[in-house]
Design a protein around this ligand. Sequence first.
Ligand code: SIN
Ligand code: FE2
Length: 217
Amino acid sequence: MTADLFAEDPGAARQPLGRHACLLRGFALGAVDELLTALATVQQASPLRHMVTPGGFTMSVATTNCGPLGWISDRRGYRYTAIDPAHGRAWPAMPESFMTLAREAAAAAGFDGFEPDACLINQYVPGARLSLHQDRDEADFGAPIVSVSLGMSATFQFGGLARTDPVTKVSLHHGDAVVWGGEDRLRFHGVMPLRGAPHPHPQLADRRINLTFRKAG
Ligand code: SIN
Ligand code: FE2
């Protein structure tokens, strides 16, 4: 997050959300078709499903993963696994297009050398939401989180290090990326219930897909 880096890329619309957090408006737009093709292959191998929280609630977002590790939730808790519990085989490989985008978004936000080993894929349909939480199931918090939005717009909530801290609301649109790491790595965040107009892309019309890249292991 240096002024020099910004100067090298004058076209990038980079909006700070914290000292080590920023929104990269439209960062993924050039990669959308490639990402959607790869996503279809991932979903065939490990379909989206509604996971159950440790408290017994069924999540409104539908979830799958790709990469060596995948995030899961069930009655036993939240954790990363190498195996998709839906069928007992490894999660599908992280597509090259996903990896490249994650590395480039991290670097654009000032985090060089990001090597994610997990990509959590969340699908939101109207009404689906993700309540305020921290990403803290990863083995160490040295690497940033890279989050990429596709399809319908959503209201992202970005809070502080305590659940009760004030929350900034940010509209996330198709192609936007958000990166948070360093001192912002454990900020609470969430997504308000999805509402509003369908997206013109035929594969994304009535839904929002979020790709969240992490270094989990
Ligand atoms: C997440 O926190 O895992 C997802 C955030 C989002 O959907 O924008
Ligand atoms: Fe999260």
